[in-house]
Design a protein around this ligand. Structure first.
Ligand code: ADP
Ligand code: MG
Length: 244
């Protein structure tokens, strides 16, 4: 579904050039749940952002469903429709109700009529246990509720893959579980997922493959059991000794 070849990303800053991604190669199959872990600043968010072109790769190729996304003729709107993203800070529109947040994109892009979009939104809200919040504004919701709404908003586009960038890192501890639960259900439903997280329990339980990113590279990748029980790279061993 996604092929990444020799992906590089360099940021040009006042302090000089910053090589944040240093040649990443990846194949992500339909139905896979790829969990990415690694220290802060290692390039995890930049990698996800390159996948859906929130950042333009400096070098290399990204292919999604048979099309090269970092080619000049790529339809970015269609790409982002098929590749949903859930952020650490929810990014809901504060001036819109929950229902409006969810239906805005599918209606604006004319994927659904307002009635169809609303019907779909209500069904999705029921699925995450938030049907009673349809008319609420984001400020009236807890962090866990906001993140579940953000997931629903992404799902409302019928994406083929969902990217999650530390979806539980901004939550109070007691709300982490409800968001992970929704993600586990999506995984069980067969959704293709790429998840950056510090939740090692989630990685163990849900991942088909875990990647360790450090300093702009994927230093190790394996199935969870192998990854956590027999880490090979010393930097991964060190990382795991700190987070487990
Ligand atoms: P992670 O998500 O693993 O914490 P990031 O991908 O956010 O890492 O960041 C990797 C590095 O790239 C960091 O040093 C960060 O400061 C830098 N960086 C990220 N985005 C930008 C940007 N837009 N401009 C300049 N530097 C950036
Ligand atoms: Mg990040």
């Amino acid at each position: 579904m996604i092929t990444v070849k020799n992906l590089h990303k360099t940021f040009h800053t006042l302090g000089g050039d910053l090589d944040v991604l240093k040649g990443i190669d990846q194949n992500i199959e339909k139905g896979e749940k790829v969990v990415i872990v690694g220290p802060s600043g290692s390039g995890k968010s930049t990698f996800l952002r390159c996948l859906n072109l929130l950042e333009q790769p400096t070098e290399g190729e990204i292919w999604f469903e048979g099309e090269q996304t970092n080619a000049p003729d790529c339809n970015t709107n269609l790409l982002r429709q098929k590749m949903g993203m859930v952020f650490q800070h929810f990014n809901l529109f504060p001036h819109l109700t929950v229902l409006q947040n969810i239906t805005l994109a599918p209606v604006t892009l004319k994927l659904k009529t307002p009635q169809e979009a609303e019907q779909a939104a209500v069904q999705l809200l029921e699925r995450v246990g938030l049907a009673d919040k349809a008319e609420a504004y984001p400020v009236q919701l807890s962090g866990g509720q906001k993140q579940r709404i953000a997931i629903v908003r992404a799902l409302a586009m019928n994406p083929d893959v969902l990217l999650f960038d530390e979806p539980t890192s901004a939550l109070d501890p007691e709300m982490v579980g409800e968001v992970l639960q929704v993600m586990k259900e999506l995984a069980a439903d067969g959704m293709t997922m790429v998840v950056v997280t510090h939740e090692m329990g989630f990685a163990r339980e849900v991942a088909t493959r875990v990647l360790f990113m450090d300093d702009g590279q994927v230093l190790e990748e394996a199935e969870p059991q192998e990854f956590f029980e027999h880490p090979k790279n010393p930097r991964l061993q060190d990382f795991l000794s700190k987070v487990l």
